[in-house]
Design a protein. Structure first.
Lengths: 494, 122, 157
């Protein structure tokens, strides 16, 4: 089944280059092709979920060739990206009438999809960097797609700082290559830190810091969040949903987690590199959000707070794993991955609901339903997924011996529903898109994501826990399992 | 650790300093280009070998082992080429957006552009 | 519009074809010597950029219209992807070198190394179109006025 992996990147890439060849006619061909490809990608992601393995491109054996890898951490993120992608495409087909250059839009969206899928699947750190750049460069254009001054100003700020941050990542890759002579993740997992030592040396910590800065920017973690509120407010609604629901979780948080946990391994210093920005974003986002008037800016800061929870959970998992507290570490890791999925689905849903067409002055039925599900999950209202994942992270912090951090996370978790409740009239946010009845494609996109958000709430149930959260926890914490992917090519190690 | 690496790092920091302190879009774009040049230099240096030969097999090299023992590492050069392509597309994009912003606001000053954009929003 | 010196115009007219041929050579010998699709494509594009700088964007746009450059760009990428997918179907793995058996890797012979020259040609075509497009677009933006209108009038010419 892993033979299907390259299609996750090749299909959207092909669509991105076919579309501009037919600039005008037939008019709806772009919509059909983009919808078809995204649908196929979602089906593929569902088929691939729960299967693990690697794919060696061109038949070149690891660690020499380029490879794609699927494991318990990448499979759920791939599924999230595919679901958010299909919803955004469905939504765009009805939303786009307000913009010129339809096929250019579809081409960029498909290019971004290819970049995101490649980021998730890539088995070496250099190609991950390249795929992140493919996704992010398309997102710069999409943020400024309306061509209005405000959107372009947001896009250039995002792009300039993003270009700087990208070079931090590349420098980190270069340092790792200079030290270990490989960029293959499995190969690095077996050789960093240098054999015989358990504590990483200063050069490894330096490389890790570069990676944290590079990917932390993409995940909009607190000191590096500056681009996110502007970009999400200025982008077209489906692009904002795609950014918040797929790009930030995949090219930011997932890439960061994969690099730190699998490439660098477990060390307390690395854990604090995640915990510090995590706690900062969690508190800063939650405290700043209520002071923002624009509902989209409010949502953006709430999103920063959620990313903070994920990073806090990941950092705690690493620190606790080093200290040998297996149970608490496992709970933190599972909670962090689960919260990442909840955040991605719910944030995308809320941004889409904000752009849904509605009768003038009041939100439509569909967007009200979607807004309730999304806001409920992000705010952490009990039966929904966001509540369970926040509870897991708080419990892990408490069990692991961080009572202060647990209290801070718990207080922030209680604050979120309060600040959402005080602005209940804005959720679902007032429509920013064209007025009128909600077109069926828009409603379909909203329903798809609502199903995802509600479905995720069932994941902690005993029967389902082992299918999603168990493999994710194992993939985050078990570095040796990833290094074992290399075994068929063992004799080729230098 | 050779002093060359230190120089590369200084160049990197010069670029980062420019990116964080300048306001003019053209200078910001130049800062990005400086950072990129520093990282590319570092990558090439990572594959450098004293008195190495170009990693191109010609008819003079009969034995692969002998060739591999003397040639510089070609892999970082491939990475540099990729990173240059990315940098090129990014640079073209950033210049394009800046020109368009200049067309709208008549200035390259990012803080003035943001102020004007915010007022336009009200 | 500024006036351009006759010497520059004349010399660039003579130089451009040679630059173009050099670019083709770099692409065609990419699997044997330094070079390949990317540098070759850039050289091809630079022949047209020389025309753009020395004789104006109207003349360059006549030599290589915007729409055709865009088609080069996309076709190149698609050919590369098609080679990859053919490898998936015929060679058992994405981007597998399925032509290797037909053109085995004999060193220093032009017809060798399977799909690599095909990929080089595809990349060369893409970069040629892409780089020229980027520079042409920026030169249209620079002149001011409405960029969309500027491009539209160029396409109509």
């Amino acid at each position: 089944m892993t033979a299907l992996l390259p299609l996750m990147v090749a299909l959207p890439l092909g669509a991105a280059f076919v579309l501009p060849l037919f600039p005008r006619r037939p008019r709806r061909a772009g919509d059909l092709l983009a919808g078809l490809i995204s649908g196929v990608l979602l089906v593929l992601a569902v088929i691939l979920s729960g299967r693990f393995g690697i794919y060696e491109i061109g038949g070149w054996r690891m660690p020499m060739g380029i490879n794609l890898a699927l494991d318990g951490l990448s499979a759920p993120v791939l599924l999230l990206a595919a679901a958010v992608g299909l919803a955004a495409v469905l939504f765009s087909s009805a939303y786009l009438d307000t913009y010129a250059g339809r096929n250019r839009y579809w081409a960029l969206l498909m290019l971004m999809t290819a970049g995101i899928n490649g980021t998730i699947l890539s088995g070496d750190i250099f190609n991950r960097f390249v795929f992140v750049e493919i996704a992010v460069i398309s997102s710069y254009i999409l943020v400024g797609f309306s061509g209005r001054g405000r959107a372009l100003a947001a896009a250039i700020r995002y792009g300039l700082l993003g270009a700087g941050a990208a070079n931090f990542t590349l420098l980190g890759v270069a340092v790792l290559y200079a030290l270990h002579g490989t960029v293959n993740v499995a190969h690095l997992a077996g050789s960093v830190p240098a054999a015989g030592t358990s504590v990483p040396g200063p050069e490894i910590l330096f490389a890790a810091l570069l990676m944290v800065i590079g990917f932390g920017y993409k995940s909009a973690a607190a000191p590096l969040h500056v681009w996110q509120p502007d970009a999400l407010a200025a982008a077209p609604a489906p692009v904002a949903a795609f950014l918040a629901g797929a790009l930030i979780p995949a090219a930011g948080v997932y890439a960061l987690a994969r690099t730190l946990f699998t490439v660098f391994g477990h060390a307390e210093a690395l854990g604090w590199m995640l915990l510090f920005p995590g706690l900062l974003s969690m508190l800063f986002g939650a405290l700043t959000a209520p002071r923002r008037k624009d509902p989209r800016a409010f949502l953006s800061y709430q999103g920063i707070s959620q990313v903070g929870y994920v990073l806090t959970g990941l950092g705690a998992a690493m620190v606790l794993a080093v200290r040998g507290e297996e149970r608490a570490a496992g709970l933190a890791a599972a909670g962090a991955v689960f919260h990442l999925l909840n955040y991605g689905g719910a944030a995308a849903l809320l941004f889409l609901a904000g752009g849904a067409a509605a009768p003038p002055g009041k939100p439509s039925r569909w967007s009200r339903l979607a807004g309730m599900a999304g806001a409920g999950s992000i705010a952490g209202i009990p039966p929904l997924g966001g509540f369970s994942s926040k509870l897991m992270i708080v419990a892990a912090l408490w069990l692991g011996g961080f009572p202060l951090l647990a209290a801070a996370a718990a207080v922030t978790a209680v604050l979120a529903p309060v600040s959402f409740y005080r602005r209940r009239d804005e959720f679902p946010p007032p429509p920013a898109g064209p007025a009128g009845r909600t077109p069926p494609a828009m409603a379909a996109g909203l329903i798809l994501l609502t199903t995802l958000v509600l479905g995720l709430s069932l994941a902690p149930l005993p029967g389902l826990r082992g299918r999603l959260l168990g493999p994710a926890r194992a993939a985050v914490l078990d570095r040796e399992a990833y290094a074992a992917y290399l075994e068929p090519g063992e004799e080729e190690r230098p | 650790m050779s002093p060359v690496y230190l120089l590369v790092f200084v160049l990197f920091l010069v670029g980062v300093f420019g990116l964080l302190t300048r306001r003019n879009l053209v200078k910001l774009i130049i800062s990005v280009a400086v950072i990129e040049a520093a990282v590319n230099l570092f990558l090439v240096l990572a594959g450098y070998r004293r008195e190495g030969i170009a990693p191109i097999m010609t008819e003079q090299h009969h034995r692969a082992e002998e060739f591999a023992a003397r040639a510089v590492d070609p892999f970082p050069q491939a990475m540099v080429l990729t990173s240059i392509v990315i940098g090129l597309s990014l640079l073209a994009l950033l210049v394009g957006i800046s020109l368009r912003l200049y067309h709208i606001y008549g200035t390259y000053d990012l803080s003035e552009i943001r102020k004007a954009a915010r007022e336009e929003d009200r | 519009m500024m006036t351009r010196s006759l010497i520059v115009q004349r010399i660039s007219r003579w130089l451009a074809p040679f630059i173009f041929i050099y670019g083709l050579q770099v692409i065609l010998y990419g699997h044997l010597s330094p070079g390949g699709g990317f540098p070759g494509g850039v050289i091809l594009a630079s022949a047209f950029i020389l025309i753009l700088i020395s004789r104006g964007k109207e003349e360059a746009g006549r030599r290589l219209p915007l729409s055709r450059a865009g088609r080069f760009d996309n076709t190149g990428a698609l050919v590369f992807l098609a080679v990859g997918l053919l490898g998936f179907v015929l060679g058992g793995s994405f981007l597998a070198n399925f032509l290797q058996r037909l053109f085995p890797g004999r060193p220093f012979s032009l017809l060798s190394s399977g799909t690599i020259p095909v990929n080089n040609l595809a990349i060369g075509l893409k970069i040629w179109g892409g780089i020229f497009l980027a520079v042409l677009f920026l030169s249209v933006l620079r002149v001011g006025g409405d960029p969309d209108r500027g491009l539209k009038t160029m396409e109509e010419e």
